[in-house]
Structure formats: C-alpha cells, structure tokens
Write a protein of this length. Structure first.
Length: 210
C-alpha cells in the first residue's frame, strides 16, 4: 500500500484535530494532551512530519509557526504530539501562540516521505530532476542544513521556478543562495501528503503534491 492510499481524509481529520486539541490543551495546562489508544495504534508507523500554523484570511506573511521532523525517527502520532506544540511555542521566529489566537489559525499537517539524495554530475541537472509542487528540498553542506516543504514554492501565488526554489532552500540553510551550483552542497528531495483546515476548526482537505 502506498502512503497516498494509507492516509485517508478521515485520518487527516483525526490528526488535525489531535494537533489542535494538543496545542490548546498545552496552552491551558502546560503539558501535552494524553494520547488516545486509537491514535497510538492507528498512527504507530514512523514518518517525518511538519505542523504549520497560518493566520486565517491573511494572503501574505500568514505564517505563525512551523516545526517538524525531517526524518522518520518517531511514530507519526508521537511526531505530531511533539511538533504541534513546538510550532505554537518554540518557533524562534515568533512569540508563543496565545489561546485566543487559535480561533484565527488554520492548521496544516505535512506527512513526509524519507529524503533521498539527488545525485548529479552537474548541478544543472537539478533543473530537470526537481518538480515544483511535488518535491520538497533539503540543502546540506557541512553542519548547515535547511528545508522547504513542497507547498512553499506554490503557496500564496509565489510561482517559483526550480532555480528560485533551490536558492531559497540554500538560504534557509544559511548558505549562499547560489550554493546549490557547487557539488559540495548536497540536495535532497522528499514528497508530502498535506492535510489542511479550510477555516479555523473547519473542513479538512487532503492534497497530494505531485
């Protein structure tokens, strides 16, 4: 069974609710919500996952927090249990989310496939091997590493091309934007299944990024 077939819309609805309930419970009680046995059993397989918080109705600069795990080191439920809180209170770019803000925040959940090194002899080959809207990217050089999710180059009508996506990914890793042109910089790709709320606490949709 492929990952696309494994995760249904109902799964996404359950996981988004779990993430929201966890955030609100933590803000109120300063501890994570107890995990139901149904969730533990259903989502015990290991996956990378990111939880993204966006301010509803804001067309630009809507991001309010985004934290995740690239590698599948935790079961999916445990990853979401951890990063939903981190996205709300530990993203260093933002102050902690207040409880009242949750009424104006929509939640995105990205479930990631394991990253794979894009092997090239010439960096120009990246242009043909990377597909905008399907691939997320990781740029890595030495101890520096940065990631951008597959939805980033197409969100908010950005319409980035592959070169722009590569440059922004390198910048995320605190590298020169043109570092992808050097073979010493490693570029990895991954895919994601994306679930997102249409409105705060509203209908959840599922997107396969291809």
């Amino acid at each position: 069974m492929s990952d696309e077939e494994r995760f249904t819309l109902e799964d996404g609805e359950m996981l988004i609710k779990f993430a929201r309930d966890n955030i609100e419970y933590f803000i109120k009680n300063n501890r994570k919500i107890p995990v139901a046995e149904e969730i533990k059993e259903k989502f015990k397989d290991k996956y990378g996952a990111f939880v993204t918080l966006n301010r509803y109705g804001v067309s630009d600069n809507s991001l309010r927090g985004c934290i995740g795990y690239i590698e599948p080191i935790y079961s999916l439920y445990e990853a979401i249990h951890r990063v939903s809180i981190s996205s709300a209170i530990e993203d260093p770019r933002f102050s902690s989310v207040a409880l009242e803000e949750m009424e104006n925040i929509v939640i995105e959940l990205s479930i990631l496939t394991p990253p794979k090194l894009i092997e090239v002899n010439d960096p120009k080959e990246y242009i043909e091997k990377i597909v905008i809207g399907r691939d997320g990217l990781i740029a890595e050089r030495g101890m520096r590493r940065g990631l951008l999710l597959p939805q980033v180059p197409v969100d908010h009508e950005r319409n980035w091309d592959v070169k722009t996506f590569l440059s922004h990914t390198c910048s995320k890793a605190w590298l020169d934007p043109d570092a992808w042109k050097e073979l010493e910089t490693k570029i990895y790709s991954f895919q994601a299944i994306l679930f997102e709320e249409e409105t705060p606490r509203g209908e959840v949709t599922r997107k396969y990024l291809k």
